[in-house]
Structure formats: C-alpha cells, structure tokens
Design a protein around this ligand. Structure first.
Ligand code: GAR
Length: 187
C-alpha cells in the first residue's frame, strides 16, 4: 500500500501527534507522518518529531509569513493531508481553500456543542452528563466542518477539568487514528 503523506500541525504537548505517529508505524495504516509544523518554538510536542526522526518546522511569526513558509514546505514534502492536533492558531480562509477537503482537526467536545476554547470548563458548568471529542474536516468556519468521527465520554459528579481532560484525551488518541482510517475507507 502506498501511504498518503501527512503533515501534523501542533502548538503544545503533541500527545495526539505521538499517537498518530505510533499508529502510522503499522504497515496497514493509510498515512505516514512526513512533516511536523509548530507555530510555537517551545511546543513540547516537537520532541516526538525528533524522537521519530521526522522533519519539523517551528515558525512563530505573523499568520501571513507562517502560511507562506508552510505552504512552500507542504508542496516540497508533497503533503496529501494536514492533521491539526492541538494547533491553536486559526488558519486563513485562503490557506483552507488551498487545501479544501485535506485538512482535519480534533476538537475536545462533541461538536456542534462547545466550539472554541475552554470546552471542559463549559461542559462542567452546564452540568453535562456527556462530552467527548470530534474529528472533523476543516472549513472556513471555526469547528464547523463535516464530522468524521465522535467519541463519547461520561461526566461524573466528581469530575473536574483535569480528570475530564485526561478521559477525553484518552479517547482522542483512538478517535484520530480511526478518523484517518475512515477517510481512506479502511474502517
Ligand atoms: C487536544 O485535547 C485537542 O483536542 C485540543 O488541544 C489538545 C492538544 O493536546 N485542541 C483544541 O482545543 C483545538 N481547538 P496535544 O497537544 O497533547 O495533542
């Protein structure tokens, strides 16, 4: 099987990146992580690119310069799919149009509920009994593209932001790999 070439965008701890890389080591997984991009030079997740000898770029400049530089690299590395994994910068409409249907994102809520930031706090404050994560295609509106997969997580009375984050992130790792398989009809 010829694997599709993925680029993973991160901003922070990169645990989803780590799990995508792990999945991609399976010969039957449809993508190979060929490039990692961070908009934050201090992102801990860069360590996973280094550990697995994957080329990476860190650019913390203006959106315009960031996208211009990244665009060149994406073509240079012949990237087929962009996976946003804790990438906290909003991409321009132009950039998204350039990669229409080829950018996916993971979000820590059951979309369309709780788009944007602070999803755990908001779910707890609203006394939700259920939350989770969603992998979706990226379109020009924030957290609004076509949904690929959702995974549910129960919220119990004694949950707090940290316990909830831990449970949701555990589901995220499985969700991201399943979503990638699903895109390439391997589920
Ligand atoms: C993940 O929980 C992801 O869902 C969230 O950031 C975390 C990144 O963790 N993404 C967003 O909130 C995007 N709006 P990681 O860097 O350890 O993968």
């Amino acid at each position: 099987m010829v694997k599709k070439r993925a680029c993973v965008f991160i901003s922070g701890s990169g645990t989803n990146l780590r799990e995508i890389i792990r999945s991609s080591r399976d010969y039957s997984f449809p993508v190979k992580v060929c490039l990692v991009v961070s908009n934050n030079k201090k992102a801990k997740g860069i360590i996973f690119a280094k550990k697995f000898s994957i080329p990476f770029i860190c650019i913390s400049t203006s959106k315009y310069k960031f996208e211009k530089t990244i665009l060149k690299k994406l073509f240079e590395y012949k990237i087929d799919i962009i996976c946003l994994a804790g990438f906290m910068k909003i991409l321009s409409k132009k950039f998204i149009r350039n990669f229409k249907g080829k950018i996916i994102n993971i979000h820590p809520s059951l979309l369309p509920k709780y788009k944007g930031l602070n999803t755990f706090q908001r779910a707890l404050k609203s006394n939700e009994k259920l939350t989770g994560c969603t992998v979706h295609f990226v379109n020009e509106k924030l957290d609004s593209g076509k949904i690929i997969i959702k995974k549910k997580v129960n919220i119990y009375k004694d949950d707090n932001i940290e316990t909830l984050k831990k449970k949701v992130q555990f589901e995220e790792y499985r969700a991201y790999s399943s979503a990638i398989r699903k895109i390439y009809n391997l589920n």
